[in-house]
Design a protein around this ligand. Structure first.
Ligand code: SF4
Length: 260
């Protein structure tokens, strides 16, 4: 039976399909909920604290303010299902907040937020490419000193090994492409700020990288449509299976496979 392809494609969907077609099906087509994880929720909390910091007047963006915004974000998260679903006990909650605090402190080793000129925070972008809609949320879009666009993505996990760098940059290339299509200007720089290390991975989008991104997304969309037509989403076991929310359903691990 043919399946309905998803209406939009985002960097996370591209990466999920590339990693494992079956996990993509569970997530993007069957829309099975993923249980919240400590790492993902901690990342969201730190993103929110940095959003509040960068939204404040430049002169006040110091570490004390950032930690105040982190406490504000933690208060906001008290009723967030991604946080309450973790059901942390007192010790685990203290550890959770300490780890978030450490990430915010390390952010300051990567840049001085008082020098940043943001023009968009948690910016939702969407463009149509034929019948396909590409969608993404950019952590931060800013202007550099020459008033050129810069796309920044915060990462709260570990930095990738060198051979994975290009792959990780694919997500920011995607955001760069959305900016170019919407604003008519190619960003001068895209950067991943890994707060855990801390380390910044920076690249310059080019005509070649933009065309490469277009070709890759087009090829992945064709593969998704074909998989939907044939209802053929195969498991691709890898080291990522340890973190897969659908492992119990996966035939590669004795699960009953297809959800719907
Ligand atoms: S457990 Fe591994 S192979 Fe199975 S769906 Fe998840 S990522 Fe794919």
């Amino acid at each position: 039976m043919a399946l309905e392809p998803p209406a939009t494609l985002s960097p996370s969907k591209v990466s999920t399909f590339t990693d494992c077609a079956l996990a993509f099906r569970f997530s993007a087509i069957d829309r099975l909920p993923e249980p919240p994880s400590v790492a993902a929720t901690r990342g969201s909390l730190v993103h929110r604290a940095l959003e509040l910091l960068l939204d404040a007047p430049a002169e006040g963006r110091d570490l004390a303010a950032a930690l105040t915004y982190l406490r504000q974000a933690a208060d906001e998260f008290q009723t967030n299902p991604d946080y309450t679903g973790l059901a942390l006990d007192a010790d685990a909650e203290t550890q959770f907040l300490d780890d978030a605090d450490a990430l915010v402190r390390r952010y300051f080793q990567l840049e001085d937020p008082r020098t940043i000129q943001p023009i968009g925070l948690e910016l939702k972008l969407e463009v149509a490419v034929g019948e396909l809609r590409l969608r993404g949320i950019i952590d931060r879009l800013e202007l550099d000193d020459d008033r050129r666009l810069v796309v920044t993505d915060y990462k709260t996990g570990r930095a990738p090994r060198e051979q994975m760098e290009q792959r990780r940059l694919g997500g920011v290339q995607f955001y760069s492409y959305l900016c170019e299509r919407l604003f008519g200007r190619r960003p001068a720089r895209i950067q991943l700020l890994y707060l855990g290390e801390p380390v910044a991975i920076i690249a310059t989008p080019s005509e070649q990288s933009t065309r490469g991104l277009e070709r890759k997304v087009g090829a992945i969309w064709t593969a998704i449509e074909r998989a939907c037509d044939r209802d053929d989403f195969r498991p691709k076991p890898s080291g990522l299976c340890s973190w897969c929310a659908y492992k119990d359903l996966c035939p590669a691990f004795g699960g009953a496979a297809i959800a719907s």
